[in-house]
Design a protein around this ligand. Sequence first.
Ligand code: 2BA
Length: 106
Amino acid sequence: MKLVIAVVQDEDSEATVQALTEHEYRVTRLATTGGFLRRGNTTLMIGVDGAQVDDVVAVLRQKCRRRTVFTPLVSETPMMLPSSVVEVEVGGATVFVLDMERFEQV
Ligand code: 2BA
């Protein structure tokens, strides 16, 4: 079995979980925070057979969009202007696929 871990934007999480559930995948949703933007995102854990990984990734690709986010420029000095922002492109989904050594429900 494999564990698919996907970091998705909060805006996409509801539709993504719904689509995965409709495909009969089991999903755990975690509220997480990106280290760079320091804003909320959603991490999904999906345990599947190896043969299902490509289908899970296809659902993620379909439901998770890339977006441009404007974020305040972080500066080490107090010289930062209030209008200093940087443009960052985020998403669709950041996907990790791990070998699952053991899976059981007790
Ligand atoms: P954040 O860490 O908040 O990053 C948001 C976006 O900021 C990233 O989008 C990327 O476009 C940009 N970014 C991140 N680190 C950067 C850096 N050091 N320099 C310049 N730009 C940077 P995505 O790549 O789509 O990542 C979305 C979220 O996925 C991340 O939110 C983080 O929560 C997670 N993620 C991405 N790569 C990861 C990794 N290798 N390990 C763990 N989590 C990861």
